[in-house]
Structures are given as structure tokens and as C-alpha cells.
Design a protein around this ligand. Structure first.
Ligand code: MRU
Length: 380
């Protein structure tokens, strides 16, 4: 079989990917006045607004209401939430209460518990007067680590995309929800390999699942891919199977909120159906995540706690009205009950591989054990 050589060139480009109107942003950062700033993702793509978090209660509210969302960013915000808590009251009682408050905000993304565990382990054993400075420093380190890990995920995953770039057309990648720079501190998880392949000159095209009910795909993934100039098309959640049957998808690439020790992948609801369709059509299905997203204590995908959110997110849709104002409209009859479960679990047997900062691993217990050999990750 003759394969066309693909010329891969590294574009001379600023690799800090998140740019809004030409200015580089991360999703979260600290100001000298002791506040933490975040991009309000509940307003995107219609408005780009920065919110200031000045207490642990405000940080918890931002996570709960999805001003910030996506597994690594939830972890980073929780870490800064603890720093804000220690800034105001560094007592042990306040530390314990703040960890409990933040841990209760969202149940599925394990990075929340992981970040809280790391903060608690560092702060519980030191004297109260030292806690605030230590907390700020570790929260900043967690953010730096996420950036480095997501960059490594991109470097590993990019090779999979390049290997598919053997035809005269772009590599078609289907993704679900938002696993780009907005879900993390920079780069993202599943989108990081796509940005790197694109920046290296590989022709890619992304099928973006709209991701009902909150539309993270249509709102956030489309927004950031457009900002970076990556060709993409938003599709209804139900179109993916058809596109796979017609050979219009080369690869499915998603993020994850929690991976079990057996390699089952929990991600935004609807991911499992994409994995089934991918398997039926012989299309590789990869999930990308930092190692902190692996829950070593969970052996069984059925034990992943699945968040249930307000039915209002399903019965109502928010968008831009013809007059340019944001409008929320009801799309379900007033008397009909609605069930809004936020995540599902794709069994390991449907997962082609897990892209982590340490490399690409099979979704099997044995492969993950090897990954974990040198370093155990603790969760709060
Ligand atoms: O409910 P969200 O928007 O926080 O869900 C986010 C996702 O499901 C992402 O796909 C997931 O966090 C993986 S990317 C880190």
C-alpha cells in the first residue's frame, strides 16, 4: 500500500494557545489584590466576561453554577478556593469546612477531590500562620502542572492524528462536550492534540457534538476552535453515528471526568453512544486526560457517581435572540418531567486508548497499573 508522506512542519507560533482578541488568557489566574479571576463560561460564546472570586463561598458557587467547568479547571478552582479560604481564616476548622464545601459542589469530576486532597495534605500539618502563603503557592503549582500535562497530552496525542493524515483530505475527528483550553487552565485535554496537529500543519477538521443539554460543544468547543482557526462543523448530538457509517469520521477523541482503575471512561452524557457507534464502524475511540483524572479506588464503571442537575437545563434553552439579547425559552411542555443526568460511562472494552501526559495507554487494568507503578495519586 502506497502512503503519501505528510509533511509536518512546526509553525512558528506562540504555543500558549488561548487567545481572545489577540490577547493570551488562561482560564484562571490570581491578581496581586488577593482575588482570583476566571472567565465566565456560562456567558460564552455570547459575552466574554471575567469574574472575580474573593472567597471560598464564591469559588464554590462558581463551580456549582458552571461559571467554571471541565475536570481540570474544577480542580484548579477548588485549589484556589482553599487559598482564598486560608487568606481569610487559616484555622483548622475553616480548612476542614472549606474542603467539605468545595467537595460537595459537583460529584463526578475526580480532579476536584484530587486537588482538594493535595491542598489538604500540604496544609493540615503546618501552623495556621503559614497556611495562606503555602495554599497560594500550591494552587499556582497545580495550575502550572495542568498546563504542562495538557501540553504533554497534546504532544502524545498529536502522533495519532498525524498517523491518520495519509489521505488527500483532512483528518476528521469527532469530539463531544468541551475538552479544550476552556476545560483546563490552557491547551485542554482532547483538543490539545488537535491544536498541536493543526499548528504543525496537519489538515484537521473537527465534528463538534452540540452536547445537549448545556451545549458545551456548540457554545464552548466551537468558540475556541474558531478562535484558533481550526476547521470545524457543529453537529446535532445524534448525527455522529450516521457520519461514522458514511466514513466521514476517522477518529473519536473526547476528554474524561473520571477514569476507573479498569479503564472505564466517564465523560459528558452521550459519550457512550459515540463509543458504541465507533466500535460498530471500526473507528478508533480515544479519551485524553491527565493522570489525576484516574480514580484508582474505583474498579467498576457502575460505581462512578453521576451528577444529576436541574431539569430546567433540559426543558429550557438559552441563546441569542434576534434583537441581540440573551433569551431563555422553554422547549418541553410545561407538564412533562425531565431527567438531566450529566455523565455516562464508556466501558473500557470500547476504548482504543487513553492519552495521558505520560503517554498513550491501553484501557486495561494491567496497563493502568503500570502507569501508576511509580506514583500513587491520592484523592480527598
Ligand atoms: O459538565 P462539564 O461541562 O464540567 O463537563 C465537562 C466534560 O464532560 C468534559 O468533557 C470533561 O471535563 C473532560 S475534559 C477535561
Amino acid at each position: 500500500m502506497r502512503q503519501r508522506m505528510v509533511r509536518i512542519k512546526m509553525a512558528r507560533r506562540d504555543f500558549r494557545t488561548m487567545k481572545i482578541s489577540g490577547k493570551h488568557y488562561r482560564t484562571i489566574w490570581r491578581l496581586a489584590d488577593g482575588t482570583v479571576q476566571v472567565i465566565d463560561q456560562s456567558r460564552l460564546p455570547f459575552a466574554f466576561e471575567i469574574r472575580s472570586l474573593d472567597s471560598v463561598e464564591v469559588a464554590a458557587h462558581a463551580i456549582r453554577t458552571m461559571v467554571v467547568r471541565g475536570a481540570p479547571l474544577i480542580g484548579a478552582t477548588a485549589a484556589y478556593g482553599i487559598a482564598l479560604a486560608m487568606h481569610h481564616d487559616a484555622s483548622t476548622r475553616h480548612l476542614e469546612a472549606s474542603v467539605a464545601l468545595l467537595r460537595a459542589t459537583r460529584p463526578t469530576a475526580i480532579d476536584l477531590a484530587w486537588a482538594l486532597g493535595r491542598m489538604h495534605a500540604a496544609l493540615a500539618g503546618i501552623d495556621a500562620p503559614q497556611r495562606a502563603a503555602m495554599a497560594w503557592s500550591i494552587a499556582a503549582q497545580i495550575c502550572e502542572d495542568y498546563v504542562a500535562q495538557c501540553r504533554q497530552i497534546g504532544a502524545h496525542g498529536r502522533k495519532l492524528i498525524e498517523a491518520l493524515a495519509i489521505k488527500r483530505r483532512p483528518v476528521n475527528i469527532l469530539t463531544h462536550c468541551n475538552a479544550g483550553w476552556l476545560c483546563s487552565v490552557d491547551w485542554g485535554t482532547a483538543l490539545s492534540p488537535i491544536y498541536m496537529a493543526h499548528d504543525a500543519g496537519v489538515a484537521v477538521h473537527v465534528w463538534v457534538d452540540e452536547t445537549r443539554p448545556r451545549n458545551q460543544g456548540a457554545s464552548l468547543t466551537a468558540y475556541e476552535l474558531a478562535a484558533h482557526g481550526v476547521p470545524h462543523t457543529v453537529i446535532a448530538d445524534n448525527l455522529g453515528g450516521h457520519l461514522m457509517q458514511r466514513r466521514r469520521v476517522d477518529m473519536v477523541l473526547v476528554g474524561s471526568d473520571r477514569v476507573t482503575a479498569a479503564g472505564d471512561v466517564c465523560n459528558k452524557v452521550g459519550t457512550y453512544l459515540k463509543a458504541l457507534a465507533a466500535r460498530d464502524n471500526g473507528i478508533p475511540f480515544y479519551a485524553a486526560m491527565p493522570v489525576s483524572t484516574i480514580d484508582w479506588t474505583l474498579q467498576n464503571g457502575e460505581d462512578v457517581p453521576i451528577e444529576e442537575r436541574s431539569p430546567d437545563e433540559l426543558t429550557h434553552v438559552t441563546g441569542l435572540a434576534a434583537d441581540g439579547a440573551l433569551a431563555t425559552v422553554r422547549v418541553v411542555p410545561a407538564g412533562s418531567p425531565a431527567l438531566n443526568l450529566g455523565f455516562d460511562v464508556t466501558p473500557a472494552k470500547l476504548v482504543t486508548g487513553l492519552i495521558t501526559e505520560r503517554g498513550i495507554y491501553a484501557a486495561t487494568r494491567a496497563a493502568l497499573q503500570r502507569l501508576n507503578e511509580d506514583r500513587r495519586i491520592a484523592h480527598a
